[in-house]
Design a protein around this ligand. Structure first.
Ligand code: ADP
Ligand code: SF4
Length: 688
């Protein structure tokens, strides 16, 4: 289909200093958890953004010097000439597709604990280090500052030799040049401290010197956090933000502006909508003639056009939207915008990075598998074994939907059966909980694709049992029948059933999601410690309940620390007036009160409640699978050749796990999988 002319403006070329981007789609720097350890993996990941049509594609944070490293988290580096070859792998692949390659040169200052290099961490004023680490930082003297400026220039020169078109001076996300700008960290009394002119002096010098070194052929971009959302304690758009942009307005070739810290920049959809940064960054274009890029989880082409037309941004910056769908530009260009796999803002991608492992994505199961498994986000492997056989997928939750869609895209004929009338499984319930509405995109993208495929037959309200499956005539059955929240209290902190959980006033998240009404004093017990109990608690408050939230965690929804949401979740529950009881495990339910034991001393505490909602762990709904699997003779007689159990029915997990399992099952169907062979390409360090 031809492109909708309404979107033409997004495909205009834009000049950035000495280089020109072919369009306004700008993949801002984002972490991959791969860095210099997995150069082939990261270069292939970036290449697919090129294939998907992005005009500019950046690296993740790329350390300019070993006095700034972030082990065990993986970053890029341009420390010496060895790194040039590594980085060239990426630039060469990006440029193959006509995109510009950018590099975000990084010095973390007080955000670089240097656990690996053991170099002394540096900072403007020797303030306490950010990372959890019993070591502070050294206040930089003039020699340190001269060194830093030289390191930026040396790394910029290496970047140019590695083939980068855009080189960053990075003053965002609380890193070193930014630390000089904020008074919180810069209490110097020399020409680098005090007035905003002085506090932005280092940034000015770094921009000027980078331009002198490589500005003839490379654009010099600045990434600046214009607001930290800390009020007067931090940098504010109306104060330092405006002042720095005004002072340095025409110096860089491009302004890449955002809010800090990462939890505000990569704001999850639970805490803000698309384009949420405009109210902070919207002023920038008024102060400079240089192109401006900003982010805001942009997935709608109409919003993108609106940002450009209203003069908010010149480039549509995207990290997460480009992770969920590396082909957004191409799809818009080809009039296929309804095929965009929209980011749901769940921040699972952030959680991967925050736990030091390669990136994955809820919406895009191929993310992180581009090189090692050779998966492409838009192209499935063609059908292979059992080419003529139709496949029955039972269960249309995230696993079943993804599996059926992907099998059909491979060319197989697929039947998708679900007991319910509405396809979606857990995706019909969870997105209706407070703050989770954007998650419905996981269902809607797949239903949209399935509707376009002529080789999927849907069977609604079709609960399958063993006899039905044996009689169905299908030789290949994939079960994706989901999981159910446990009622007995077993979970992370109780290995055996908790006494009293068989009482009628013990409910699970499933009960609440399916509409069970509750009133009075409710205890929400969160042993799961991700999102579910917190959103259930909020729903119950909305329903008028008086909620006490009890968890063995050190804080509320502890695991959401990794999705950069924990702090915001806790603030939200506190503002809702929910009483919090931390570090206590459910020991018994007595009908009108719970007995909770302290994690540390075992001391017991009585908490009264008329209802207990228990979010501990889930049980796979795998009875059908186990029954069929056990009856080999019946399967043989029925002609069933392959049987697989996937998603929550195999092992309960987050939505990301179910989607991935569905995709993997589809990719592997009819292929020879040798369980004794390593399943993907490893990037090995060889000993010569
Ligand atoms: P997952 O996250 O693994 O995809 P869900 O719990 O979201 O799992 O979805 C499971 C789906 O399977 C639900 O829509 C449910 O109605 C359906 N289902 C469960 N058991 C059967 C069955 N025996 N026959 C047909 N559909 C089933
Ligand atoms: Fe978006 Fe979630 Fe994918 Fe991250 S993991 S890109 S937030 S859908």
């Amino acid at each position: 289909m031809p492109r909708n002319p309404r979107y033409d403006i997004l495909f205009e070329p834009v000049k950035i200093g000495p280089v020109t981007a072919k369009n306004r789609f700008y993949q801002v720097p984002h972490c991959t958890g791969m860095g210099y350890d997995l150069p082939h993996s990261v270069s292939r990941l970036r290449e697919l953004k090129g294939e998907g049509g992005w005009g500019v594609i950046n690296t993740e944070y790329c350390s300019m010097h070993w006095s700034s490293e972030d082990a065990p988290y993986r970053l890029c580096a341009l420390w010496d000439d060895n790194d040039i070859k590594t980085q060239s792998l990426t630039t060469e692949k990006i440029k193959r597709h006509g995109a510009l390659a950018g590099v975000e040169l990084w010095h973390g200052g007080n955000h670089s604990p240097n656990r690996w290099s053991r170099e002394t961490p540096l900072s403007p004023s020797g303030s306490t280090q950010h990372a959890v680490f019993p070591m502070q930082t050294r206040a930089m003297d003039k020699e340190d500052i001269r060194n830093l400026r030289r390191w930026q220039v040396q790394a910029a020169k290496r970047a140019k030799r590695a083939g980068f078109d855009i080189v960053y001076v990075y003053a965002g996300h609380g890193y070193l040049p930014f630390q000089f700008i904020t008074q919180r960290w810069n209490q110097r009394t020399d020409e680098y401290g005090g007035s905003i002119e002085n506090r932005s002096r280092l940034l000015r010098e770094m921009i000027e010197e980078t331009k002198d070194a490589i500005g003839d052929t490379c654009a010099v971009a600045v990434r600046l956090a214009v607001d930290e959302l800390l009020g007067a304690d931090g940098v504010q758009a109306a104060e330092e933000g405006e002042a720095v942009i005004s002072l340095l307005a025409e110096l860089p070739d491009l302004w890449d502006v955002n809010v800090s810290y990462v939890d505000n920049d990569s704001l999850s959809s639970r805490f803000g909508p698309e384009a949420h940064q405009e109210k902070f960054t919207g002023f920038v274009k008024k102060l400079t003639t240089k192109p401006v890029v900003g982010v805001g989880r942009f997935t709608s082409p109409d919003t993108m056009v609106d940002q450009v037309k209203r003069g908010v941004l010149d480039f549509i910056g995207a990290a997460r939207p480009s992770i969920a769908d590396p082909f957004i530009p191409k799809k818009i260009d080809e009039g296929a915008e309804e095929d965009i796999r929209e980011c749901i803002g769940c921040n699972i991608c952030r959680a991967q990075n925050n736990t030091g492992v390669p990136i994955r994505c809820t919406q895009n199961p191929t993310m992180g598998e581009e090189y090692r498994r050779g998966w492409h986000p838009e192209i499935m492997n063609p059908k292979n074994g059992y080419a003529e056989d139709p496949v029955l997928v039972v269960g249309a939750g995230p696993a079943g939907l993804e599996c059926a869609m992907s099998l059909a895209k491979r060319g197989y004929d697929v039947a998708l059966a679900d007991a319910a009338r509405e396809l979606g499984g857990r995706l019909n319930f969870e997105p209706k909980l407070p703050t989770l509405s954007a998650w419905v995109r996981v269902r809607d993208y797949r239903l949209g694709q399935i509707a376009k495929l002529s080789n999927i037959e849907i069977f609604r309200e079709s609960r399958m049992d063993k006899a039905g499956l044996l009689e169905s005539g299908y030789k290949h059955i994939i079960l994706a029948t989901g999981a159910t929240w446990r009622r007995d209290g077993v979970g992370h902190n109780n290995y055996f059933a908790v006494p009293g959980m068989d009482r009628a006033n013990v409910l699970t998240p499933d009960d609440i999601m399916k509409g069970k009404s509750v009133s009075g004093d409710v205890i929400v017990y969160d042993d799961d410690q991700y999102y579910m109990a917190a959103v259930i608690a909020e729903k119950l408050v909305q329903a008028g309940c008086n909620v006490t939230f009890v968890t063995p965690g050190l804080d509320v929804a502890s695991w959401s620390l990794y999705t950069d949401e924990q702090f915001k979740v806790q603030v939200r529950l506190m503002k809702l007036g929910i009483k919090l009881v931390l570090t206590h495990r459910l020991a018994a339910w007595k009908g009108d009160h719970g007995v909770f034991a302290c994690n540390y001393t075992g001391a017991e505490k009585r908490i009264n409640g008329t209802t207990l909602v228990s979010a501990t762990s889930r049980l796979s709904d795998d009875a059908l699978y186990l029954d069929l699997k056990a009856d080999e003779a019946a399967r043989k007689e029925a002609g069933i050749l392959t049987l697989k159990n996937i998603g929550d029915a195999d092992v309960p997990g987050a939505i990301v796990h179910a989607v991935y399992a569905g995709h993997k099952a589809a990719r592997e169907f009819g292929e020879v999988i040798d369980p004794d062979q390593f399943p993907f390409k490893r990037e090995l360090v060889f000993v010569k």
